[in-house]
Design a protein around this ligand. Structure first.
Ligand code: HEM
Length: 184
């Protein structure tokens, strides 16, 4: 996993819980915490940090991943405004993940292994999103989608109808977006 992901995790933890908590997590996870954004680090280090956060906060690891996704996306939006500024809706942004965002990420971070997304856009109301990755980080996907909705001033309702962790060939999500504070 590329260092940028660890950088964003550090910023998320430090902003919400303070620098001391990040140091505690590094110690509990037995990692040194020196992450260069373009460097590549074993996925196990991310899982160890998520596990340490799960123990410290007494919440399941998948909830840590969801929390991280919500926090990470606005930070990515700050670092890479170009991916976001050309869209006015969460849906418009998300459908470019596989055609623009992650391919550009692969250029910026050679050797990155981004997941595969596919979309069924036949319904104007419900965006169907398919996620495939050997890492099976579907709770992170949910969090990132929620974080993206925050960026666009929307809410998103997520139904996770098929899951790779239960043997499906992909995770399938139904995303329904609404504007926050409609009418204001
Ligand atoms: C809603 C929007 C997004 C979703 C759902 C998403 C999803 C994911 C997930 C789940 C992963 C973990 C790897 C895996 O599952 O195999 C990942 C990796 C990554 N994503 Fe995204 N992503 C989003 C937006 C972005 C944006 C805006 C950037 C901008 C830089 C980005 C950059 C990356 C990078 C650098 C990795 C690490 C790949 C590696 O280390 O090999 N993603 N993405």
């Amino acid at each position: 996993m590329k260092g940028i992901i660890f950088n964003v995790l550090e910023e998320s933890v430090t902003t919400e819980f303070g620098a001391g908590t990040w140091d505690d997590l590094l110690e509990a996870a037995k990692v040194d915490g020196a992450y260069a954004s373009v460097g590549a680090y074993p996925d196990e280090q991310l899982y160890a940090l998520v596990g340490a956060a799960s123990s410290a906060l007494k919440i399941p690891p998948d909830d840590v991943l969801r929390w991280f996704g919500v926090r990470a996306l606005p930070l990515l939006a700050e670092r890479y405004p170009g991916f976001f500024g050309r869209h006015t809706t969460t849906r418009g942004f998300i459908v470019t993940l596989d055609s623009i965002v992650h391919p550009e990420v692969n250029k910026l971070y050679p050797g990155s292994e981004t997941p595969k997304f596919e979309f069924d856009t036949s319904s104007p109301d419900v965006l169907v999103m398919f996620y495939r990755s050997k890492r099976m980080l579907c709770p992170l996907v949910e969090g990132l989608a929620r974080g993206a909705a925050d960026v666009y001033g929307e809410t998103v309702t997520i139904q996770h109808t098929e899951c790779m962790r239960q043997g499906a060939p992909h995770c399938r999500f139904e995303l329904t977006f609404a504007k926050k504070n409609p009418g204001t």
